[in-house]
Design a binder for this molecule. Structure first.
Ligand code: OSB
Ligand code: MG
Length: 368
């Protein structure tokens, strides 16, 4: 596959409601859309680096720089036999997982289209529908949270995740436990706590949470191993896991019993598959995280989540849960039974709505 042209678009999409976490408030989501053209076909990917360095050190600006100056020059104009060869061209670049994942995703789409198969099939997916959940930001009050959860459960979502932060935790957990018994409930701290909060986490053990996501430091693995030994609820790592090596360290140290896979955080679908396969071999369930993606990134997430060991519902929700209008057609919908259909058409399996894409593009650069 000869890569003829690559285009980057800095996009900015307004969220239907602000997303509040221990990291701050987000009103809109900025990402980079990567378009790769070759042999008359077009592949699309999304880099989930955000406008701010609050979840990851990467930002739209750093990812734009790494893509423009290092990753794109390593593939543009070359005749590439497959994904592995493309990746080999830029393994020298350390870190910058979100920049890499955006380009890799576009290449996966391009190669899948050239083979006439869906991205799910190319990745080794085994499911035609995936179970989905919803990630809810910190709400102003308990009644407000309960109303939100009621709404999502009535739409079919199979599990609820709420964001927590010190002082904004037990009141919400207790209320949901009482109000929605039997509902799969998990919490995400985004690294807002320390080992000094150990008694609080022991108290959470009484509320049958499915998991506690990333309670401690965003690069930490060791302290999580100490916390996991003290509590019954499974810890799930998100921020701390950037590679298969991190995953092995975490599992061998007993730092978590569940892994959240986000292709953006680990450098792409290739590393995601390695982590998925390793976790399967260790009987560690995985689920697919989310970064408030547009339909382009979401399509890739849905395809990856169709692999065998994604046994827990992911942070993959309907387009309309995030944005008034998505940039793909059809937009992603949740079925009344809490599943989402895995696209079956070639590649990402959805069409990019160019008019909508133009509307959300704030900067564009073409490489040819
Ligand atoms: O920690 O999982 C997270 C969104 C942005 C950054 C980090 C996280 C999240 C979410 C949203 O929880 C998940 C989604 O896309 O629905
Ligand atoms: Mg998380």
């Amino acid at each position: 596959m000869k890569i003829d042209r690559i285009e980057l678009r800095h996009i900015k999409m307004e969220l239907i409601s602000p997303f509040v976490t221990s990291m701050g408030i987000e009103y809109d989501e900025e990402h980079i859309i990567v378009r790769v053209d070759g042999e008359g076909l077009t592949g699309w990917g999304e880099s989930v680096a955000e406008g701010t360095p609050f979840y990851s050190y990467e930002t739209v600006t750093t990812a734009w720089h790494i893509l423009s100056d290092f990753l794109i020059p390593s593939v543009l104009g070359r005749d590439i036999s497959g994904i592995d060869e493309a990746i080999a061209g830029y393994t020298k670049v350390r870190g910058h997982m979100m920049a890499k994942a955006g380009l890799e995703a576009a290449l996966w789409d391009l190669f899948a289209k050239s083979m006439g198969i869906s991205l799910s099939e190319m990745l080794g997916g085994v499911r035609r529908k995936i179970d989905v959940g919803v990630s809810i930001g910190i709400q102003e009050s308990v009644p407000k949270l309960i109303r939100k959860v009621e709404g999502y459960l009535s739409e079919g979502y199979k599990r609820i995740k709420i964001k927590i932060a010190p002082g904004l935790d037990m009141q919400f957990i207790e209320a949901l436990h009482l109000e929605f018994p039997g509902t799969l409930l998990q919490v995400d701290a985004n690294s807002a706590y320390t080992l000094d909060h150990i008694d609080l986490f022991k108290k959470m053990d009484e509320y049958s949470l499915s998991l506690i996501e990333q309670p401690l430091g965003y690069e930490d693995i060791f302290d999580h191993s100490k916390l996991q030994k003290e509590i019954k609820t499974p810890i799930c790592l998100d921020e701390s896991i950037h590679s298969l090596d991190d995953t092995r360290t975490a599992i061998e140290l007993g730092s978590c019993r569940i892994i959240n896979i986000k292709p953006g955080r680990v450098g792409g679908f290739t590393e995601s598959k390695l982590i998925h396969d390793y976790c399967a071999s260790m009987n560690i369930p995985v689920w697919h995280g989310g970064m408030l993606e547009s339909g382009i990134g979401r399509a890739g997430n849905v395809a990856l989540a169709s692999l065998q060991n994604f046994t827990l519902p992911g942070d993959i929700s309907a387009s309309k849960r995030y944005y008034k209008e998505d940039i793909v057609e059809p937009e992603f919908r949740v079925n009344p039974d809490g599943t989402m259909d895995v696209p079956t058409k070639p590649g990402i399996g959805v069409e990019v709505n160019m008019q909508m894409l133009d509307k959300v593009t704030v900067n564009k650069k073409v490489f040819s």
